[in-house]
Design a protein around this ligand. Structure first.
Ligand code: OGA
Ligand code: NI
Length: 346
């Protein structure tokens, strides 16, 4: 078992069982529960002529689900297909190649790992391999991205530039919907987008393990590109619901930073990924993060004497450090914030 654990998941020989270190406790497992795709999952057409209508739609979806899919978003379908193809090619390379392609950056901003970055200390592993690297400014980071597959930098470079534009568009709609300045999220607050390419190999028993445990993203928003394979689930009204992939659509979700800035008017959405027994699934999350030294705090326009700030101001770097040290469980981090806010009120 140990030798298997040491290799990257996607490079394992076909195993007929889930190793114990990947088996989640019964209350956290997906079990045999069939999660049906949700027919009313919001789909927002970004080319709708009526901008007010788009904003209302996005706000309703963000309040009720914390999630929506976007279509007619302006990113060419061919570029989306090429990008997924390159990501799949990357994950299909040998373990040695993947590791060496991600070891050029002295700051280790480009990384490749199985399960999570806390593999050595986490209690249970998840069934995925991940490649991650920053995206902006492109010139600063692209030289540390994988040079193999040979088209990686060209295709992914074009892709992340498109995603930055799409991200700005969605953030502008959200800021208008919240009633803050349309330029609020521009600049440093959305200045550090990071790409995370997940690969969930097919799993001998998907009922025992998870691709990603229940979590909220520490981002403003996250824009997900995925293959047309089920796996993403959203926790809503005490139940897990499946997100049915739509061809050439992106899945957008709200993150914790948006929760803080909106002073709780929108919440970071809870979600997870499950595996399946027949095919591997690749997805790529584009997390819109603030730059490290940027102060995140409830927008002044959204707080007043009756609606005081729920969270204290904190540099993004500090927030992320607290968040990560708690295994991506932000509840205690937020409780800290809330406690602090209460103390300030007293
Ligand atoms: C993530 C995430 C979902 C998926 O990477 O944070 O939630 O379906 N991914 O891969
Ligand atoms: Ni996520």
């Amino acid at each position: 078992m140990e030798t298997m654990d040491q290799k990257f998941l996607s490079s394992w020989p076909n195993v007929g069982f889930v190793p114990e270190s990947f088996v989640h406790p019964p209350e956290k497992r997906p079990g045999n529960l069939v999660v049906r795709p949700c027919k009313t999952f919001p789909v927002v057409d970004l080319q709708d002529d009526d901008r007010t209508q788009i904003i209302q739609h996005i706000m309703k979806a963000s309040r009720e689900f914390g999630f929506f899919q976007v279509i007619n978003h302006g990113v060419p379908g061919k570029l989306m297909d090429d990008t997924i193809r390159v990501f799949k090619e990357f994950h299909a390379m040998s373990a040695k190649e993947k590791a060496s392609e991600c070891s050029k950056d002295p700051n280790r901003s480009c990384r490749f790992y199985t399960s999570s970055e806390k593999y050595a200390t986490e209690e249970v592993h998840v069934w995925r391999d991940a490649l991650t690297h920053p995206c902006h400014p492109l010139e600063e980071y692209i030289e540390f991205w994988p040079a193999k597959p040979t088209r990686y930098r060209e295709v992914v470079g074009e892709y992340v530039e498109e995603l930055r534009k799409l991200g700005q568009k969605i953030l502008e709609l959200l800021s208008e919907g919240l009633g803050i300045s349309p330029s609020y999220f521009r600049g440093g607050l959305s200045g550090n987008p990071v790409l995370l390419v997940n690969n969930y190999p097919s799993c001998p028993d998907p009922s025992l393990t998870l691709g990603l445990v229940r979590h909220r993203d520490p981002s403003l928003i996250t824009i997900l590109l995925q293959e047309e394979i089920d796996g993403l689930q959203v926790f809503k009204d005490g139940q897990w619901i499946g997100v049915q992939p739509l061809r050439h659509a992106f899945v957008v979700n709200t993150g914790y930073v948006l929760q803080i800035i909106s002073n709780g008017k929108l919440e970071g959405a809870e979600h997870r990924a499950v595996t399946n027994s027949s095919v591997s699934r690749t997805s790529a999350a584009f997390f819109i993060y603030p730059c490290k030294d940027i102060l995140i705090e409830p927008a002044k326009a959204l707080t007043n004497a009756r609606d005081p700030p729920l969270y204290r101001a904190m540099q993004f770097e500090e927030f992320l450090k607290n968040f990560m040290s708690r295994s991506a469980n932000a509840e205690p981090v937020l409780q800290n914030y809330e406690l602090h806010a209460q103390q300030m009120k007293q």
